[in-house]
Design a protein around this ligand. Structure first.
Ligand code: SAH
Length: 345
């Protein structure tokens, strides 16, 4: 029975059928399943309550495509960035960001990215492939172990704000989140998970239709089509009106949180007129928060961050219009772990 399926593709019923088929006891399936999803084993060797022969047999019959930590760097502010290597030799990154109240993991959904947002480091790389759901799951499991080891507390939140566009890898992202939130695996609350998208209207609607239970963030970054087209090519096919409609659909179906993200680029989108346009879009979307993001310098990209005065004026303007606004200062800049800096360095 050398089918070389990925063992994590099998559900418990299928695992039971396998163990029966090789003449072993059904309860072995539960033991193996626990190694896979409760104890987060990353190889058959670790499954110490299975006999050596059985572990060998499993290794012959199945693949186990776990990722490994290549290197981990720690920032002066405590942020941990890890570069992971996949079974087929690709590199991607994940980050743990500690604050007083929470430890947030920032995870990747693709190797590279097919979009080319002008301000983003990952956008300068090609998309090599989608991450498979078990690889996304491994990232979270490993970052959770790091969180426990370094800060003494597990992850409290997960954001899909690493490399890649999660909604262009829809199936794997959803399947990974199913595992991350399932009581028979990691069991985290979906309310503590946020998927961030550059704006794929069709898939935002799909999230609504699928009645997902996690939150959504839209990387808006410009509030008119003209400006947004210039910095985010995806806007040409997913314009602001289409995104507004899709987000309303998402909210109507799920009632989950929607956050708007807006990275302030000096002289590009940080004027008071830009703020005024942003208020107009904000009013059309059932969102509770605008996250104004400090831009992180990326090598080879001409954009720079807004100065303090413009940032203040921009956020004051929003607050004056009763927009719930928060400024997100970047973390981990010294190790290129901040938003938009992930490029496997
Ligand atoms: N593709 C998804 C998720 C990855 S990017 C998305 O676009 O939302 C995560 C966030 O970081 C996005 O809001 C992105 O626009 C922002 N970002 C990209 N480059 C940045 C940079 N250099 N400085 C600050 N934020 C950046």
């Amino acid at each position: 029975m050398a089918d070389h399926r990925n063992i994590r593709e099998l559900d418990l019923t299928e695992l039971k059928a396998y163990f029966e088929a090789i003449g072993d006891k059904k309860f072995r399936a539960m033991q193996a399943y626990e190694w896979l999803w409760k104890k987060n084993a990353r190889s058959f060797d670790e499954m110490s309550n299975l006999s050596l022969d059985l572990r060998k047999r499993l290794a012959e019959d199945f693949s186990f495509n776990s990722i490994k930590v290549d290197i981990t760097q720690q920032s002066a502010d405590g942020t941990l960035k890890s570069r992971f290597i996949t079974h087929d030799g690709h590199l991607m990154e994940g980050v743990v960001i500690p604050t007083e109240k929470r430890n947030t993991a920032c995870v990747s959904s693709q190797i590279g990215c097919s979009l080319s947002c002008k301000f983003c480091a990952t956008g300068q790389m090609d998309r090599k492939r989608n991450l498979h759901f078990d690889e996304i799951y491994d990232q979270v499991a490993i970052l959770n172990e790091q969180s426990l080891a370094h800060y003494g507390t597990p992850l409290s939140n997960i954001v899909f704000m690493g490399m890649g566009e999660p909604l262009l890898n829809y199936k794997n992202v959803n399947r990974a989140i199913e595992r991350i939130t399932s009581p028979d695996a990691m069991g985290m609350s979906p309310k503590r998970i946020t998927v961030s998208t550059a704006g794929v209207a069709k898939m935002i609607r799909q999230l609504g239709d699928d009645e997902v239970r996690f939150n959504l963030a839209l990387s808006l970054h410009a509030a008119t089509d003209e400006k947004r087209n210039r910095i985010m090519g995806i806007n040409e096919t997913n314009n602001i009106d289409a995104l507004v409609d899709a987000l309303n659909h998402f909210y109507q179906k799920t009632k989950n949180d929607i956050t708007l993200e807006y990275v302030l680029l000096r002289g590009e989108n940080d004027s008071l007129e830009d703020a005024e346009e942003l208020v107009k879009v904000y009013r059309k979307i059932p969102t509770h928060l605008v996250n104004v993001i400090e831009y992180n310098q990326v090598e080879g990209i001409h954009f720079t961050k807004s100065d303090e005065d413009s940032t203040q004026a921009f956020t004051d303007y929003l607050a004056g219009k009763r927009v719930n606004v928060r400024v997100r200062r970047s973390r981990g800049k010294d190790i290129d772990a901040a938003c938009g800096q992930l490029a496997n360095k």
